[in-house]
Design a protein around this ligand. Structure first.
Ligand code: SIN
Length: 293
């Protein structure tokens, strides 16, 4: 396996490994460490079916079955279809999360996610250039750069994260196929407190764990003060120096650290520019410090 870091301070290319085959314990540890170190790993030229995507993801933790799991691979409810494509009857075959803004998946859940694993089957291109890129921001670096006074203010503090904030924002977009959350779906995802600073389970370093997609307010803080603090943090983490954009190719498996990064799926492609991606969400259900040691 060869790991080549990008110049962006985030992201690396991992070659010389076939993810359709079971990972050896040594390769597992190498990938886990690289995930913590580089945040976003691209394994180009892979050819996996839903079962293989699921098996690779499941090495790193339990796989989530999404509360609003509208589209998934046959026989694999844990493997979501992300797509803007339609079947012969004109029905959507996937859910598209593009245009959602910056967020961290599952920060609205008591149990948080370690990683996302996506495998691109169809990538939209315009004039030879990929569209529908996925963008990332480095929350290890964003935390490190915070002024000492701000680090002190957020240490030990929690923000309330709410799944409905993002869902309702997506629902009102033109062409959205999302309905209102049912009372059952809502009951499964009540707002939850999340520490604003987390010790990353792989790197052991502190990260800024707060995103504009789901965080509503700082628990126990006056609302105006909370709004000002969140606004400051969201502007701080939006700086160019933390940014990396992944331009997809068919066959890419992209695995990203969902604790140490934020992401945003760019909605710059149309309904006639097909995109199709298999996706699993890996929950942070294992002792990664021990596994990476
Ligand atoms: C995701 O948030 O898992 C989807 C990202 C993408 O579609 O690029």
């Amino acid at each position: 396996m060869q790991i080549t870091p990008n110049n962006a301070g985030l992201g690396a290319r991992v070659e010389g490994i076939d993810l359709a085959r079971p990972l050896s314990p040594e390769d597992f540890r190498t990938v886990l460490r690289a995930l913590g170190q580089y945040g976003v790993l691209c394994f180009p030229g892979q050819d996996l079916d839903a079962a293989a995507v699921s098996a690779f993801g499941a090495r790193f933790g339990e796989l989530e079955v999404n509360v609003a799991n509208l589209f998934h691979a046959p026989g694999h409810p844990e493997v979501m279809h992300l797509s803007n494509m339609k079947d012969a009857a004109g029905k959507p075959i996937g859910l598209s999360d593009a245009g959602q803004g910056w967020h961290t998946d599952m920060s609205y859940s008591k149990e948080i996610a370690l990683a996302n694993v996506l495998h691109a089957k169809r990538v939209p291109r315009r004039n030879g250039k990929a569209v529908g890129c996925t963008q990332f921001r480095n929350m290890h670096a964003a935390y490190d750069d915070l002024p000492a006074e701000v680090k002190q203010r957020i240490e030990g503090r929690s923000a309330i994260h709410d799944f409905a904030k993002f869902w309702d924002m997506m629902r009102i977009r033109p062409g959205s196929i999302r309905g209102p959350l049912t009372p059952e779906q809502r009951a499964k995802k009540p707002p939850v407190p999340q520490p604003m600073v987390r010790v990353h389970p792989i790197t052991g370093r502190k990260v800024l764990y707060c995103n504009s997609g789901y965080a509503m307010f700082v628990e126990g803080m006056d609302r105006a003060e909370s709004d000002a603090l969140l606004d400051y943090l969201f502007r701080h983490q939006a700086q160019e120096k933390y940014f990396y954009e992944h331009e997809w190719n068919e066959g890419d498996v992209l695995m990203w650290d969902n604790i140490g990064t934020l992401h945003n799926a760019v909605a710059d492609y149309g309904p006639d520019e097909p995109r199709f991606i298999l996706r699993v969400q890996v929950m942070a259900s294992l002792d990664y410090a021990a596994l990476a040691a």
